[in-house]
Structure formats: structure tokens, C-alpha cells
Design a protein around this ligand. Structure first.
Ligand SMILES: Cc1cc2nc3c(=O)[nH]c(=O)nc-3n(C[C@H](O)[C@H](O)[C@H](O)COP(=O)(O)OP(=O)(O)OC[C@H]3O[C@@H](n4cnc5c(N)ncnc54)[C@H](O)[C@@H]3O)c2cc1C
Length: 414
């Protein structure tokens, strides 16, 4: 467990009210997914005056459609030790500040017959090198823990993965940000960015929550784009070319809780290798392809039987459970593939995140973009972006978002 002061949220409220130089500085966060939520909270805690604009309902982008795995980092340990280490650290932080949204149930990586034999030792070493406790167990022990597993598995490795609710986690951050004074505006789309002397000075917004819809301007000292796979569209409003790749993936949920832990295929990487239990459902994911746009994605029909067949190699009864839903979401990968339609579906692009300082990159001040990463590291993404805001505005205000337990997600709509 991460060390925290375990103060109730009132502690955060008190801390944010200390007199500080950020008080009169206005920051506009564009995008109301998990990253924008954590950023609105972090900036409010540092004392900024924050407005968050989301064009649809909160979490209506990729955040509201992901798999819900709280990654301990084991999945990334063979490919990128630093991403794995960060997932481990952030999963512990989230566990301590947002327990309400998390089912900290553990995970098993299972070895399927014949395939990838010999990978277990390398995997366990890679996990441990990243600070992830990984315990090899026999097939018998694994089957005693998860009775629906295939009796053909050769062995397993137990790791501290978990599940979390894709909506509730960000809602806790939104509730916290709002309690600290942030203005959270859903159904408010940024349709233009105004500049003056190579600085972004205002956003033109269409408010679709009012009837008739109205247009207004938001002036701010700094703007942060947290638009995930839509980051390219926002950047284009300021004439910028933001390096983002939209990499859709399909997931299929069946109406049965077939396992209590997250069950993953122990191999290097590939499709349909993770089953996440979410309340009464089991969800298999995912595939990965490339799309020119993250808009209006639907699962290709072939993905559904394909994913079910992959899930049933780990959990045979997956194939018999009634299908509850199938859907698609776009990963916001920070970078570009060698070419659209590349055979690896963009898997060569790092899963790391970046805060792009447009003053430094493009000579346009007052604006940065935070992209990439994954929902598990939303708080760390927000911290990096908020540090950049502070540097850009010439103020010092330390990050405190790991220090206080967040209010319940229920408080957002309550
Ligand atoms: C198939 C799949 C499975 C995944 N599974 C997991 C998992 O199990 N665990 C995990 O940790 N991560 C997972 N991820 C990754 C995770 O979902 C994303 O990294 C994360 O949700 C991105 O959040 P975000 O806030 O950066 O982007 P989004 O959630 O996409 O938020 C961006 C928001 O910006 C808004 N926006 C865009 N343009 C404008 C505008 N002009 N004005 C106002 N608002 C605008 C959009 O409407 C959107 O709501 C998965 C991703 C995929 C695709």
C-alpha cells in the first residue's frame, strides 16, 4: 500500500484554501474523460481557478467504454519496465484514495498448453524487476482459486491486478474538483481557439445543455487539451499537428461472473487475452486496429465470435454464457504508426503518456496537450500536465492528489 495521510476529503478542502499565488490564475481543461477529471482535481487542489469543458456527457469518450482493469503493470512488464512500474505504483495510490470505485480482486496470468512455454520465469523476473509481486503457482492451485479455468492450463502466476468501475473512478475526481470550486460543464464543446500574439487566449464554446443552444467564450491564462483520441481535432483548432493515433479495440461482455480475479493469457501480446470480472458480467478484450477517426466506432462483426473463442481457451464456459453487449473504443496512443493499416495495429507505439508543451514544440504559448497512457495512470497523467501548467505560468504549487481520500462517486450527482 502507498503511504498516504488517509485524511478525509475535508483535508484536501482545507489545503486548497491556503493562500497561494495560483488563486487568480484561470486554467481551462478541455475534455471530460478520466484524464480531464483527474486534472481538474489536481489543478483545483493546487489553487487554480478551473473550468472543465466536455462536449458530451462526462466520460462519454474512451473512458466510459474501457475494460475496467486496474493494471498492476504485469501485462506491460515484458515490453516496458517503466510503464509496468508506474502502473503498480498508481494502482496502489488509487486503491488508497478511491477505494469506493475499485474491486481489488487480484489477477492470474495463465499458461495455455504448449504455447509460450518457458515464458513464465522471464515474466516473473520482469514483474519483480518492476516492483510487482508475482507468485508462480501450479495449475492445481490456480484451478482451486478459479474453478472455471480450463483444466488444460499448465500453470499460472498470481499478480495484484484488480477491476474498477469506468464511470465511478472519474466521478470521484469530478466530485472532488467541484467541491474545490471547479466549474464542470458537460455538453459544452470547444469549437474554436482564439490566439493573440502566438498565445491561446480564449475558447469559443457551444453549450448544448441549453435550449436553444448558446455560444460563449471562456478566457483563461492556460488551456489544457485532455481530449484523448480526439486530441488531433482540438489541436487543429489552433493550427497544430498533434501526434495521436486512434487505435480501436473491441470488447464482449457475457452475462455471468465466471471468475473473481482478472484472468490473463501469459504470452507476449495479442488479441483477446484478458477477462475482467465486472459485477455480474465477464468481459473479454480486446482487439487492436487503426482508425482515421475515433468517431462512431462499432465492433466489426467477426470480432465477437473471435473474442469469445479466445476467452474460452482460458475459461471454456465463456462460450456458453449469453452475450450481454459488444462495443468498441479508441485507444489514444501518443505517437504515430509507420503507416495507417500497419499489420500490428499500432502495437509498436508506446503505451506511455506525454504532456506536450505547445510553446516549446510549436511556438504557441498558453496551451498543452496530455495524451496516451491508460485509465489506471490517470492521476499520474494529470500530475505531469499540471506540473507543466505551473512551469508555464511561472508558479510553484506541489501536487497533492495522492494525499487525500476522494469523496464517493455518489457525491457528483448527489
Ligand atoms: C479497448 C480498450 C480497453 C481499455 N482497457 C483499459 C483497462 O482495462 N484499463 C486501463 O487502465 N485502461 C484501459 N484502456 C485505456 C483507457 O480507456 C484510456 O487510456 C482512457 O480512458 C483515456 O482517457 P482520456 O480522458 O484521456 O480520454 P477520453 O476518455 O476519450 O476523454 C476525452 C474527452 O474529450 C472530449 N472532447 C473531444 N473533443 C472535445 C472538444 N472539442 N470540446 C470538449 N470536449 C471534447 C471527448 O468527448 C471525450 O469525452 C482501454 C482502452 C481501450 C480502447
Amino acid at each position: 500500500m502507498a503511504e498516504t495521510t488517509a485524511l478525509p476529503f475535508a483535508g484536501a478542502l482545507k489545503a486548497s484554501r491556503r493562500p497561494c499565488r495560483t488563486r487568480d490564475l484561470r486554467v481551462c481543461v478541455i475534455g471530460g474523460g478520466g484524464t480531464g477529471a483527474a486534472l481538474a482535481y489536481d489543478l483545483s487542489l493546487r489553487g487554480f481557478s478551473v473550468t472543465l469543458l466536455e462536449r458530451g456527457e462526462l466520460t462519454s469518450g474512451t473512458t466510459g467504454r474501457h475494460h475496467g482493469q486496474l493494471h498492476c503493470g504485469a501485462r506491460y512488464s515484458l515490453a516496458d519496465r517503466e510503464i509496468a512500474r508506474e502502473c503498480m505504483e498508481e494502482s496502489l495510490v488509487l486503491r488508497s484514495i478511491a477505494g469506493d470505485a475499485i474491486e481489488y480482486n487480484g489477477g492470474l496470468f495463465v499458461e495455455l498448453d504448449g504455447e509460450d512455454s518457458g515464458l513464465e520465469a522471464e515474466f516473473v523476473d520482469a514483474c519483480r524487476a518492476a516492483g510487482i509481486p508475482a507468485l508462480p503457482i501450479s495449475a492445481r492451485e490456480a484451478l482451486a482459486m478459479e474453478r472455471a479455468l480450463s483444466p488444460r492450463i499448465l500453470g499460472a502466476v498470481a499478480v495484484p491486478d484488480g477491476s474498477f468501475d469506468a464511470f465511478r473512478l472519474p466521478l470521484s475526481f469530478f466530485a472532488a474538483a467541484r467541491a474545490l470550486g471547479a466549474r464542470i460543464r458537460a455538453w459544452n464543446e470547444v469549437v474554436a481557439l482564439e490566439t493573440s500574439g502566438r498565445r491561446v487566449t480564449a475558447a469559443l464554446v457551444v453549450d448544448r445543455s441549453s435550449d436553444p443552444k448558446r455560444e460563449y467564450r471562456v478566457e483563461a491564462d492556460y488551456f489544457v487539451g485532455a481530449c484523448g483520441a480526439w486530441a488531433g481535432g482540438l489541436g487543429a483548432l489552433a493550427g497544430l499537428d498533434v501526434p495521436i493515433t486512434s487505435a480501436p479495440g473491441t470488447m464482449v461482455a457475457v452475462r455471468a461472473r465466471l471468475c473473481d480475479r482478472v484472468v490473463s493469457h501469459l504470452h507476449r501480446a495479442g488479441d483477446g487475452d484478458i477477462v475482467v470480472p465486472q459485477r455480474g458480467l465477464s468481459i473479454i478484450g480486446s482487439t487492436q486496429s487503426l482508425a482515421a477517426s475515433p468517431e462512431a466506432l462499432l465492433p466489426p462483426s467477426g470480432d465477437i465470435p473471435y473474442l469469445i473463442s479466445l476467452a474460452s481457451r482460458m475459461i471454456p464456459s465463456f462460450a456458453e454464457a449469453p452475450v450481454h453487449a459488444a462495443w468498441c473504443a479508441a485507444r489514444p496512443l501518443a505517437g504515430r504508426p509507420p503507416r495507417l493499416g500497419a499489420a500490428d495495429g499500432g502495437r509498436s507505439i508506446s503505451r506511455d503518456f506525454a504532456a506536450l508543451d505547445h510553446a516549446e514544440r510549436d511556438g504557441l504559448a498558453g496551451f498543452c496537450t496530455v495524451i496516451g497512457g491508460k485509465a489506471t495512470v490517470l492521476r499520474a497523467m494529470a500530475q505531469k500536465a499540471a506540473d507543466l501548467v505551473c512551469r508555464s505560468l511561472g508558479v510553484e504549487a506541489a501536487c497533492a492528489s495522492a494525499d487525500y481520500a476522494l469523496p464517493s462517486w455518489r457525491e457528483y450527482y448527489g
